[in-house]
Design a protein around this ligand. Sequence first.
Ligand code: AMP
Length: 279
Amino acid sequence: MHIFQEIQPLKAFLEQIRRGSETIGFVPTMGALHPGHISLIQASQKQNQKTICSIYVNPTQFNNAQDLAKYPRTLEQDIELLRQQGCDAVFCPTNAEMYAADSILKFDFGYLNTEMEGRYRPGHFSGVALVVSKLFNIVRPDVAYFGQKDYQQFKIIERLVSELKFEIALKCMPIVREPDGLAMSSRNARLSQENRKKATQLYQALLFAKEGLNKSKSMADIRSQVEAQFNSIGGIQLEYLELADSTNLLPLENVGDKSILLIAAYVGEVRLIDNLLLT
Ligand code: AMP
């Protein structure tokens, strides 16, 4: 497996692949790789001749300095895992390689910036769009793979690709879960043993909400019941639980043709997200 820290040698390597008319699948990550990430690598390997993974903890998408400082970093282990998977190349740049010291470019996604993740993490999606644009320009993949786990992020990237005319196909892959339902996430490594058990409450809340909606309960009722459940357990703080149209993420009152439930909560100091497609 080829390991690149710099853009130019990576571009030269990719140019060779393109000249051989091989397709390039791309999986951008922030590392601390788990089976969720690996499922994206495997999807890319099935559909492309070459697969490139990036590992870069992008500072501009963190609105909370503590979250950035405590983000798990396991680069050597990640590289070994990618090697075992037969990934063709990994790009793990430094901040200096990715950003000018006086970087000022910002993205605004309108209402997508003010709902859910956008509301609770100001500046987050601008940072995501900035780094994904840079990575797309550097790698120029045929197909890029993302997880449904970060559904709002996927919707942002769809907008980015359509508005900036990137010639890249996007794939949104299903959420890989632990046996008890917890969505796999690099941040799960930061949970204490006790909080790891509590973290299953996010998925439980999504299942509870789905069942409630089937029984024609209102989202307001469901939300307050989930909040009461979290309070009775203690140490879990609900940020949002929303029903939205899965095509555009506009809020819904009732389940429609294409609906999704999305949740964010703090379990101790760790902020987790999850979602469930309903239709
Ligand atoms: P991250 O390293 O957290 O930025 O995630 C990199 C990619 O992996 C993103 O497209 C995520 O949506 C995806 N991903 C993260 N967790 C999971 C999961 N549990 N199942 C599937 N994909 C995931």
